[in-house]
Design a protein. Structure first.
Length: 333
């Protein structure tokens, strides 16, 4: 075996291996240098900065290319609506450590409707008695539409504003008709079964009075004036009630108040007696008579005797009841 030759071969291999390893190391180092140089060159060509972005409830840090905020958001695929709010101008250049906040803005539009109440109008009619009323036209509410715009920032309601208003339907008035007719003669065909209380020498067996219907107001006043004039006596109350009824029928008075004023009644209307209530019912509601004769005027016997030539002495005397004289209107025979 040639030992020298073997040693020489091994030495050659060792050198070869060393050269190969050295070359590999040199290549690796060269590659790393080139990479670092490329990265450095890239950083020089495309520099980045670290910024934070707070959007959609989350704040994160990002490395973005140096440039405008608009470019940075596009780089991160963060889109904006026309209404979103950014705390900086999109054309501004980003800088290291910048904090960008984006507020998401949304609007909601919706209608609401509000009722327009109708108005109640009261009209008078002579076709109804005082105290009577009826609904001539039912009321109907109208409607107004309001369009509202709600502004939300990051899901929180910030503003609530009406941006449009219009009447959809106008209300219809409710019309109530109330009567202003006080008294009505409702039965011009006489009742053949009319009864009476007192017979006088001037009785007219054919005398009748038509039925007269009273409003609640007139009934109240009538019962009071009858009480004031002769309320202590039932018959006396009936005589007063018939006298007032004759004035209504023959003189055309349309209310008891008008009779009181026109005929000069002076009795108190402060109270109401049961005699008067019963008398009004007997004369008006039941259409009966106190006497079978017209009665218009009355005065006390004392007054009549103490005042010669008084008005009553020129009228036709019919009867005396207790201390009160009753007269028909004088008529030329």
């Amino acid at each position: 075996m040639n030992i020298k030759h073997t040693i020489t071969t091994l030495s050659f291999l060792a050198v070869t291996i060393t050269i190969v390893i050295t070359a590999a190391l040199l290549n690796t180092a060269s590659a790393q240098t080139v990479q670092k140089r490329s990265e450095s060159e890239a950083l020089l060509l495309f520099p980045t900065v670290s910024i934070s972005i707070d959007v959609d409830g989350t704040e994160k840090y990002y490395d973005v290319p140096v440039g405008s905020i608009d470019n940075a958001l596009s780089y991160l695929n963060i889109t904006l609506s026309d209404d979103d709010i950014v705390n900086a101008d999109l054309s501004d250049t980003v800088y290291l450590g910048q904090k960008i906040k984006i507020d998401r803005v949304n609007y909601s539009y919706y209608p609401t409707h509000k009722e327009i109440p109708y108005t109640t109008v009261v009209q008078e009619s002579s076709k109804l008695f005082v105290g009577q009323s009826k609904v001539y036209q039912q009321g109907k509410s109208g409607s107004t539409e309001y369009i509202y715009k709600d502004k939300y920032v990051n899901g929180e309601l910030i503003s609530h504003k009406c941006i449009k208003q219009q009447v959809l339907t106008y209300p219809t008035d409710k019309i109530i008709v109330k009567g202003n007719r006080n008294i009505d003669i409702i039965n011009k065909s006489y009742n053949n079964k009319t009864s009476y209380l007192i017979k006088t020498k001037y009785d007219n067996k054919d005398f009748k009075l038509p039925m007269v219907k009273l409003s609640d107001k007139d009934r109240d006043i009538l019962e009071r004036i009858v009480t004031g004039e002769f309320g202590g006596s039932y018959v006396g109350s009936c005589l007063i009630a018939q006298s007032i009824k004759c004035a209504i029928v023959y003189d055309g008075y349309t209310s008891v108040s008008a009779v009181i004023k026109g005929m000069g009644y002076v009795g108190s209307t402060a109270n109401r007696s049961q005699n008067a209530v019963n008398a009004v019912k007997y004369i008006f509601d039941d259409n009966n008579l106190a006497v079978r004769h017209r009665l218009f005027y009355m005065c006390t016997k004392d007054y009549y005797d103490s005042t010669p030539g008084n008005f009553h002495s020129t009228q036709s005397f019919i009867l005396q009841y207790e201390n009160v004289l009753f007269f028909d209107r004088w008529q030329k025979n």
